[in-house]
Ligand binder design. Structure first.
Ligand code: NAP
Length: 242
């Protein structure tokens, strides 16, 4: 059965992998981003729609829902930032921008989509993106950890508020090879050292996260809500000593 899924950040590394997988299963997919140029091949596929929008502009979420229409089966909020800096360097603008982009955007996206999600199919599902940095302390991560911690809290609160009609879960990835992490991974030696810090000895791929997101969006996961699920090669929970 075809379902209609809206993906904020749908042109990004992880968002586009979710979109491709959903499209290949015959679903209708709405991708939101500022520009479609990175994913022209995906956007031209049957059943894929692109909506150009900046999630930090006023009124944007209601405008998106006007294009999506009155019914929706699933929503993914995969917009985010990795804004690293010391406490000394980070200022109020960094914290506000990261909070707005990662956490407040997620809340406002759901608010605008709520009526449509309630009119959608039986197994309406929302997937947010938290981070390993909200589960494990890393230096220079104050702003992103704070914003992603807010996403984890939002996941629990909305899962409670919207049960039993709508499920809400979040993924918490560790470093995943996407345009977002490109700069961090530009030096092959540094990228290798970062990969080695994971018990499973590699960095994440967009598909690692996308497979779990697609499962959480599907009717196969109808007894799972309020969970923050790590997709992180064991980084948040294991210390292997090698
Ligand atoms: N990659 C990692 O290592 C990693 C680790 C932990 C958590 N995460 C989280 O996983 C999620 C997906 O990340 P990703 O790695 O796939 O990131 P990505 O490749 O950079 O994709 C980000 C997406 O968000 C869109 N976007 C960014 N700013 C926007 C804005 N102001 N308005 C509308 N759209 C905007 C981008 O499109 P445009 O630029 O065209 O707008 C793009 O579609 C994020 O929440 C991220 O924080 C990622």
């Amino acid at each position: 059965m075809s379902r209609k899924i809206l993906i904020y950040g749908g042109t990004g590394g992880i968002g586009s992998a979710i979109g491709r997988s959903l499209q290949s299963q015959g679903n209708e997919v709405y991708l939101v981003g500022r520009k479609a140029d990175k994913q022209q091949d995906l956007v031209s596929l049957e059943g894929v729609h692109f909506i150009a929008a900046d999630v930090t502009s006023a009124g944007v979420f209601d405008q998106v829902m006007e294009e999506v229409g009155p019914e929706l089966d699933g929503l993914v909020y995969a917009v985010g930032s990795i804004n690293l800096g010391s406490l000394r360097r980070l200022g109020a603008e960094d914290y506000s921008r990261d909070f707005e982009l990662n956490a407040m955007g997620a809340a406002l996206a759901v608010k605008a989509a709520l009526t449509a999600l309630k009119k959608g199919g039986e197994a309406a599902s929302i997937v947010f993106f938290s981070s390993v940095a909200a589960l494990h302390g890393f230096p220079l991560h104050a702003s992103v950890s704070m914003a992603k911690g807010a996403v984890s809290g939002l996941t629990l609160a909305l899962a409670a508020e919207l049960a039993p009609r709508i499920r809400v879960n979040a993924l918490a990835p560790s470093l995943t090879k996407t345009p977002l992490s490109e700069q961090l991974l530009a030096n092959p030696d540094a990228a290798g050292a970062l990969a080695a810090q994971h018990p499973l000895k590699r960095l994440g791929t967009p598909e690692d996260a996308a497979r779990l997101a697609v499962f959480l969006l599907s009717p196969q996961s109808t007894w799972i809500t309020g969970q923050i699920l790590s997709v992180d090669g064991g980084r948040s929970s294991l210390q292997t000593g090698r």
